[in-house]
Design a protein around this ligand. Sequence first.
Ligand code: APR
Ligand code: PHB
Length: 393
Amino acid sequence: MTSYKTQVVIIGGGPSGLLLSQLLHRKGIDSIVLEKRSREHVLGRIRAGVLEQGLVALMREAGCGARMDREGETHEGFYIAHQGRLDRINLAGATGGATVMVYGQTEVTRDLYAARDEMGGVVLHGVEDVELHGLRDTRPYVTWQQDGGTHRADCDFIVGADGFHGVSRKSIPADVLTEYEKVYPFGWLGVLSQTPPVAEELIYARHPRGFALCSQRSKCLSRYYIQVPLSDRAEDWSDDAFWAELKRRLPQDVAAGLQTGPSIEKSIAPLRSFVAEPMRYGNLFLAGDAAHIVPPTGAKGLNLAASDIYYLYHGFQDHYLNGDSAGLDSYSQKALARVWKAERFSWWMTNLLHRAPDGNDTDLRLQQADLDYLFSSAAAQASLAENYVGLPY
Ligand code: APR
Ligand code: PHB
């Protein structure tokens, strides 16, 4: 049995857990990260790729911003395709200069792992049967199985950054936790391909056949999605069928310029809105997907994780460096206030752009009116833009 003693045990080595441990380390606050899967597995997951300025600033503060600043692309707007035409949302123009950074989450995670390695951060992979103990005691601890033995880490605090399926949220007694959930009746079929993006900026498309999204990772790597029924399976979609369906949902001139190629990755993701309240129980703090899920339409998943980490980072700093626990005490309330606004935005943008399989003509006309209003009102565009670039922390 190995025993560790640290200030903060972080469960989950996704972007949330790694970013927090890296930020804390640079302030002299010790942590260890426990990750169930191998590093190769974590880095093999393809996720979204639009970073708000808040996350960009945190990556720089964590000392992890160099490659992002070199290879990431600043976007000042994006397009919404509807009724055969392309309308642009001018993010920078509508917000007084705010932009987003297009840089893949996989690359964010890769940079965080590299930084943890460089600083000698402890990130243990392949941990099994993680259990949280003494959450309401002054000395909580975590146990796990690894290499055939039981291991233990004593700490002051535990951060549950172990994603939607993790053990942390489940360790909070059911009578303390309230879970809010909405599952959407469709999924996103995503394809990654080594082809140049179809446009300089992202295109979100509303079409009678269903939603489509043209996104990108770099000048020669593109990410595309189409709305599909939840009963579809990725392996039943050939590359040709995917490209053909994507083209049908794009304005003709955009479709004509689409460069297709073999898919490097193809998968279906369900769409869900989910929030667990509170985000703190005793000495356990939930962060990122462990506490909330948004449908990907607003590109908010990773960015919400980042705002949680921002609040926790400052809360731990105040606690350890200034003896002030107010930040930790208000964590759940502050994080949830921002979470619900991003949940609202993601839900709204999902409803605006998807074809509801159970919707009727009234739903369609209301959706059309929502879009007409958006493109006839500078105020509506400014509202979309301020949410898309990210509300202040
Ligand atoms: N013990 C240890 N680690 C675990 C456990 C467990 N019981 N359960 C899950 N994990 C690990 C997962 O293997 C994963 O690597 O926790 C990590 C959680 O990472 P993510 O799911 O990526 O969640 P998070 O770090 O909060 O990242 C923010 O927001 O919308 C999303 O796509 C976005 O994944 C991104 C997320
Ligand atoms: C992506 O690039 O994968 C992506 C971009 C924007 C979204 C969702 C996903 O809203």
